[in-house]
Design a protein around this ligand. Structure first.
Ligand SMILES: [Zn+2]
Ligand SMILES: [Zn+2]
Length: 144
């Protein structure tokens, strides 16, 4: 496992390098903070967490239509799903993990984007059925 001086290229006990790396070039630029929340998420649901996308190199981020400046390119974001759980249920779990500062919810596709950006406020948004990012629409009952 590669561990750079800037602490990139990490993986975790339940999240091997192959699941976190860019599927296009195999580079794993994931940072420790991201792997920590993935492990915390897994511990909270007590089920395997499937990673659809974690680190993306800039070329791959363009190829998949990722946002400019996407946290995926900094190794700070992952798109995750858990068998048998809706995106709303996944978000509920994510909101109990303080280090998660960005949550994008894909109700139709049943996955959520989580990231560990370094902002104080929690960023939330949703994805349309076609995967386009849009404003956060479902006001959560538990939201203040
Ligand atoms: Zn790549
Ligand atoms: Zn994402």
């Amino acid at each position: 496992m590669f561990r750079g001086s800037n602490n990139v290229g990490v993986c975790g006990p339940h999240f091997p390098d192959a699941e976190l790396a860019c599927p296009h070039c195999g580079v794993n630029g994931c940072q420790q903070g991201l792997v920590d929340v993935l492990e915390a998420f897994r511990a909270a649901v007590v089920k395997p967490v499937q990673v659809d996308s974690a680190y993306r190199c800039p070329a791959h981020n363009v190829a998949v239509g990722g946002a400019k400046g996407s946290e995926h390119m900094q190794g700070l974001a992952a798109d995750i799903r858990v068998k048998g759980m809706t995106a709303a249920e996944l978000e509920e779990v994510a909101r109990r993990i303080p280090a998660i500062r960005g949550i994008g919810r894909a109700d139709r596709q049943q996955y959520i984007h989580v990231d560990v950006r370094s902002t104080l406020t929690l960023a939330r948004w949703c994805y349309s059925a076609s995967g386009k990012r849009c404003g956060y629409y479902p006001p959560l009952a538990e939201a203040a």
